[in-house]
Write a protein that binds this ligand. Structure first.
Ligand SMILES: [Zn+2]
Length: 212
C-alpha cells in the first residue's frame, strides 16, 4: 500500500462517503468504510456516522482484535471488515453499503453466481446472516478468497480492494450491474442466462484476459 497519512486517508474516506451518498448507494447512518493504516491498524468509520456528511471526528482506529486504539466508538459492523483483512493480506480497503439495487436483487430468486445474464462479471450473493454479528462474515467467508465483492442477502453490498478508490469502483460496478438486472426483470420476470458455452468463454476471459 502506498504510504498515506491518516489525515489523507480520512479525507479520501470523507470524499468516497459523499460520492456514495450523492449516487444513492447509501443513505442516512447506513454503511461503513475502512482502510489499513498499517498491517495491524485499521481506520474505520464510527458508529452512527453519516457517510454522506463525514467529518474528521467520525473515525476510529482499531486493531485486528477490535480493540479501540483511538477515536470514537466504532461501527457495529466492524467484524465484517476485520475478518476480510485477516483472510486477505492484499486487501487495504473495505466498503459496506446498503445499496438499494444490490439488496433488491438479493431478495429475488436469481442465481447470478452460477448463471451469467449480462457480460459483466460473476457476483456472489451470500446466504442470509444477521447484520452486525459474526454470522454476517460466516456467510461471506466462502467467497472472500476468490472474489473482491459480494451481495449480503437482504442486507447490502460489500467490496474490498487494494485501495479505497478500487473498493468504491467495485461498489459502483456492482450496484450498476444489479440495477441493469432489475430493470430487465421489471419487463420479464424470468431472465434467460447466456448459454453454457458462452459462460465458459467469459469466465476464461475474466481469469486470463483471453478467450483462447
Ligand atoms: Zn449493513
Amino acid at each position: 500500500m502506498q504510504v498515506s497519512t491518516e489525515k489523507t486517508l480520512k479525507q479520501e474516506i470523507i470524499h468516497i462517503g459523499k460520492l456514495m451518498y450523492d449516487k444513492g448507494y447509501n443513505v442516512s447512518i447506513d454503511g461503513n468504510i475502512s482502510c489499513r493504516l498499517s498491517n495491524s491498524e485499521i481506520l474505520i468509520t464510527s458508529t452512527g456516522a453519516r457517510l454522506g456528511f463525514l467529518t474528521n471526528e467520525d473515525f476510529s482506529v482499531i486493531d485486528l482484535q477490535a480493540n479501540l486504539l483511538r477515536g470514537k466508538k466504532f461501527t457495529s459492523e466492524y467484524d465484517l471488515h476485520l475478518n476480510i483483512y485477516k483472510v486477505r493480506e492484499d486487501i487495504n480497503a473495505v466498503i459496506h453499503a446498503h445499496a438499494p439495487n444490490c439488496i433488491a436483487l438479493s431478495c429475488l430468486n436469481i442465481d447470478i453466481l452460477n448463471n451469467i445474464y449480462i457480460t459483466v462479471a460473476s457476483i456472489p450473493i451470500t446466504e442470509f446472516g444477521l447484520p452486525s454479528s459474526r454470522e454476517s462474515f460466516e456467510k461471506l467467508k466462502p467467497f472472500v478468497k476468490d472474489y473482491n465483492w459480494a451481495i449480503l442477502k437482504r442486507h447490502g453490498a460489500v467490496t474490498f480492494e487494494k485501495d479505497l478508490l478500487g473498493a468504491f469502483l467495485r461498489l459502483e460496478g456492482m450496484e450498476h450491474f444489479a440495477k441493469i438486472l432489475i430493470s430487465a426483470m421489471n419487463v420479464q420476470k424470468q431472465l434467460e442466462p447466456l448459454p453454457i458455452e458462452v459462460k465458459e468463454k467469459l469466465e476464461k476471459f475474466w481469469k486470463t484476459g483471453s478467450y483462447i
